[in-house]
Write a protein that binds this ligand. Structure first.
Ligand SMILES: Cc1cc2nc3c(=O)[nH]c(=O)nc-3n(C[C@H](O)[C@H](O)[C@H](O)COP(=O)(O)OP(=O)(O)OC[C@H]3O[C@@H](n4cnc5c(N)ncnc54)[C@H](O)[C@@H]3O)c2cc1C
Length: 381
């Protein structure tokens, strides 16, 4: 694995970093306060080609590799954790489901507007009683002559209330456990029976609406099914594996924001007649924070490298996501400590980084589930 970024990867970082510094950071506190979906930023990201980075140009994507995509996601998350989730759910989950498992016609029709950023995507897997335990889902898709009738509800769906295209997982054979799940492309504006029940009031991740969705006799034509009946569970796991690399990127990005703010504060804040950064206790915190960030980023690129080369990357992606998630929370927590009392107030963004970081340990596989995944694979004969 070449640890040096290619000229293209360097240029992508510079472009996205400039966008984040100029357009995202100035409004990040406002997004956090209002919790409004930043449609104008999404439009700008579409213009920059950030809404379909890893997909081929013939489907409206930017055709860049997974390292570049992770680098961009890291930079966006450095500016706003909510923006990181908006893009990760749209690209890694929704659009990627169509790219990986759709046929050519489905890709042209549904992936292209997503990759171009004209449409927003969401990925609806979780339910009230089925989070870690995906096969416990109760949403059904009953076959009729020409299509499917979907009934049920989904919880915690990022972008769910603003999406033009929602990938919905439902049971086509309720008695077949994980083998009875199938994936469908649902279009809220066209399909009767799609309802947004509401959005969650969350600790952080503001700006990305987390919606509860209900499907009430929602009929879709059979051509909206992705792949074959019964393949949905395996498809979901594959999509989440790739998604975990980008949640690792979100972790690295938020940790960097927390670290950079703490470093600046340690240089400026004086106590006992000198900058607090001169106290060894603070200096060592900064040293540990940056070391963890560097390690998390290497794990992220290691997983991306294995994915790019077609190697098995389930363990690598789980390790990258697990480690980067915990690092983001730890670094953000130390960031508050370095800010002292000010870190506990809304006067500084340190507390926002902490609230945004915590989510990394929960979605796209909790840290406990990821430890199970890694441990199981380590013990395989
Ligand atoms: C802000 C946000 C955005 C989200 N976005 C999406 C989205 O876009 N699409 C989507 O489909 N879902 C989304 N989710 C759902 C998310 O993936 C789930 O919340 C997550 O998988 C955990 O499921 P749960 O909340 O039901 O927790 P549970 O599965 O009930 O877990 C509760 C606790 O028990 C632990 N636990 C459960 N099973 C085991 C086990 N076998 N071994 C050890 N410990 C275990 C968990 O680790 C956790 O600590 C989102 C969630 C949030 C909070």
């Amino acid at each position: 694995m070449d640890l040096r970024p290619s000229p293209e990867q360097r240029q992508i970082r510079e472009t996205v970093a400039a966008f984040v510094d100029e357009e995202v950071i100035p409004v990040a506190d406002e997004i956090d306060r209002t919790d409004e979906f930043p449609a104008d930023l999404v439009e700008q990201m579409a213009e920059l080609g950030l809404m379909g980075m890893p997909f081929p140009e013939r489907y409206g994507g930017a055709g860049v590799d997974y390292h570049s995509y992770a680098i961009a996601l890291e930079e966006l998350s450095r500016g706003s954790g909510g923006l990181g989730t908006i893009v990760a759910a749209h690209v890694s989950l929704a659009a990627n489901a169509i790219y990986e498992f759709g046929d050519d016609r489905q890709r042209e029709r549904y992936l292209t507007p997503l990759a171009e950023g004209a449409d927003v995507g969401a990925f609806a897997l979780s339910e009230a009683g089925a989070g870690s335990d995906v096969p416990a889902m109760e949403t059904t898709a009953r076959r009729d002559d020409e299509g499917y009738v979907i009934d049920g509800s989904k919880l915690w769906i990022s972008n769910g209330s603003v999406a033009d295209t929602v990938i919905v997982f439902a049971k086509t054979d309720p008695d077949a456990g994980s083998r009875g799940i199938s994936a469908f492309v649902v279009r809220p504006a066209e399909d009767d029976g799609f309802h947004v029940e509401g959005t969650e009031e969350k600790l952080g991740d503001k700006g990305c609406p987390t919606a509860e969705l209900r499907f009430d006799g929602l009929w879709i034509p059979a051509e909206r099914r992705l792949g074959e009946e019964g393949e949905g569970f395996v498809q979901a796991l594959e999509i989440l594996n790739g998604g975990r690399i980008t949640i690792a990127a979100r972790g690295v990005g938020i940790a960097r924001a927390a670290f950079e703010a703490a470093r600046e504060y340690a240089r400026e804040r004086e106590q006992f007649g000198r900058p607090i950064g001169e106290f060894q206790a603070i200096k060592h915190k900064l040293a540990d924070m940056d070391t963890k960030i560097q390690a998390a980023r290497l794990l992220m690129h290691r997983a991306a490298d294995r994915k790019i080369h077609g190697e098995e990357y389930v363990t690598a992606a789980a390790q990258a996501k697990l480690y980067a998630s915990e690092v983001s929370r730890e670094v953000a927590e130390e960031g508050i400590q370095i800010h002292g009392g000010y870190g506990y107030t809304k006067d500084f963004p340190a507390e926002r980084f902490y609230r945004d970081a915590k989510l990394n340990e929960i979605y796209e596989g909790t840290s406990e589930i990821l430890r199970n995944t890694i441990g199981d694979r380590l013990l395989e004969p």
